[in-house]
Design a protein around this ligand. Structure first.
Ligand code: DCP
Ligand code: MG
Length: 415
């Protein structure tokens, strides 16, 4: 076995991101769509129809009407200018011939579990960052620090390649991996060679590989900070690295300006965190047309109940109870309102969630029409977990919360 090479960084951190994830899962089911522009984002009504001759009939983007957005698109669709979060009708102008498919989140969660399990067999130190991305600490993976020939990074390259192969054989899907000394750089690196990419970067590559990139590639520089930096004539990460610290301090304050400078120099010592608990779990839906609390009451009530039921099943599947129940309403004109209340005891059943959410709803003026409705459960705990004792307050923190057990058959919804 080769000796550890001194040229290697202290840590070898990978970021793995699945390629066109939802769309690629759909292609496993409909292989005849390979290479075509495909957009995920339709409703169930857009499920392809099986024809008597065994072929399938797909929906074309051109035939779509409604207010849905693109959840994701294949690379062939991206070549036509169709990207995540774009309105489907706008996307149809750019790619009328693209195939439209409904999202199937159960399936995406299934493949998410599969690819993470495949990685874990090779490298167990994994930080879950969502459905299609993870950080992996490769520092202590056997072989990762071995040189291959004259290449000190040959070992880690081989481990990353093995991870990609293993994800491919477990799922049939490709991913892109960036390997660098830290999470910040790896997140940037995994995007540099997408799809099916593998990019290994050390601090020595900073000037050539990282500094030419726009500042927005840094995870943590959002639209606001990006626009502000633009205004200061700082466009690339290299320009940010060269910016006088006083200038940054003046415009971004003491904390963020130091972080900006360090990020531009590729510095980040955050560990890979293997255990994390969600803060809250939510479900929401945007209506096909704006609904009115009175005139569309039956439909709204049905949607409201369905959201609570989905949320209860999410909680049960993930093994959580929650004590804070919240709602989110978006009105025509995009005004968004949230309300929540905290219950005496944590719950995870649909009736309790619906009851509490119904109480929250009573605190909202419903004279305007609604375009979105969401339900959220927070203050999560595991069953049997002992909560810290709370001081002698009334039943619930919200003034209109009821300590009584909910009666599912008599719920105050959109009254
Ligand atoms: N997603 C979403 N809404 C968005 C962006 C993404 O619901 N605005 C979903 C669909 C994606 C998945 O999350 O398939 C992963 O997001 P990514 O940003 O990683 O996008 P993709 O995996 O689709 O493409 P890429 O190959 O660029 O990673
Ligand atoms: Mg992805």
């Amino acid at each position: 076995m080769a000796e550890p090479t001194p040229a290697l960084p202290d840590r070898l951190i990978a970021h793995l991101d699945m390629d066109a994830f939802y769309a690629s899962v759909e292609l496993l089911r409909y292989p005849e769509l390979k290479g075509l522009p495909v957009v995920v984002g339709g409703r169930r009504a857009h499920t392809p129809r099986e024809l008597p001759d065994g072929t399938r009939q797909f929906f074309k983007l051109a035939d779509y009407t409604g207010r849905g957005v693109v959840t994701t698109s294949t690379y062939a669709a991206r070549d036509l200018g169709v990207f995540s979060a774009m309105g489907l009708m706008k996307a149809a102008l750019r790619a009328p011939q693209a195939i439209l498919l409904p999202a199937d989140f159960d399936s995406y969660r299934h493949y998410s579990r599969l690819f993470k399990a495949a990685v874990r067999e090779i490298a167990p130190v994994i930080e879950d960052r969502g459905i299609d991305e993870i950080y992996i600490d490769l520092t202590d993976v056997p072989g990762a620090r071995d040189a291959v020939g004259h290449d000190p990074l040959g070992g880690v390259r081989a481990v990353a390649r093995e991870i990609k192969n293993s994800v491919q054989s477990a799922t049939g899907l490709t991913c892109s991996i960036g390997v660098t000394p830290n999470k910040l750089l790896s997140k940037i690196a995994s995007e540099l060679d997408k799809p099916d990419g593998l990019t290994v970067i050390t601090m020595a590559d900073l000037p050539t590989r990282i500094w030419p990139l726009p500042v927005r590639r840094i995870n943590g520089i959002g639209p606001k900070a990006g626009a502000k930096l633009d205004g200061l004539d700082i466009h690339t990460i290299g320009e940010l690295a060269a910016a006088p610290q006083e200038l940054l301090l003046q415009h971004f304050g003491p904390g963020y300006s130091v972080w900006l400078h360090q990020a531009a120099w590729g510095l980040d010592d955050r560990p890979v965190v293997t255990h994390s608990e969600p803060v809250s779990i939510s479900r929401e839906t945007t209506f096909e047309r704006d609904l009115h609390a009175k005139r569309d009451r039956p439909e709204l009530s049905r949607i409201f109940t369905a959201l609570c039921e989905q949320l209860a099943s999410d909680l049960q599947r993930k093994g959580y109870l929650g004590r804070t129940i919240g709602i989110k309403l978006r009105f025509e004109g995009f005004r968004t309102v949230t309300r929540d209340l905290t219950l005496e005891e944590p719950v995870q059943d649909a009736a309790s969630i619906r009851h509490a959410a119904g109480l929250c709803l009573k605190r909202v003026d419903l004279s305007q029409r609604l375009r979105l409705l969401g339900v959220r459960v927070g203050k999560l705990s595991r069953p049997g977990e002992v909560e810290p004792p709370r001081r002698g307050r009334a039943a619930a923190t919200a003034e209109d919360a009821s300590p009584a057990r909910p009666k599912p058959e008599n719920l105050p919804l959109f009254n």
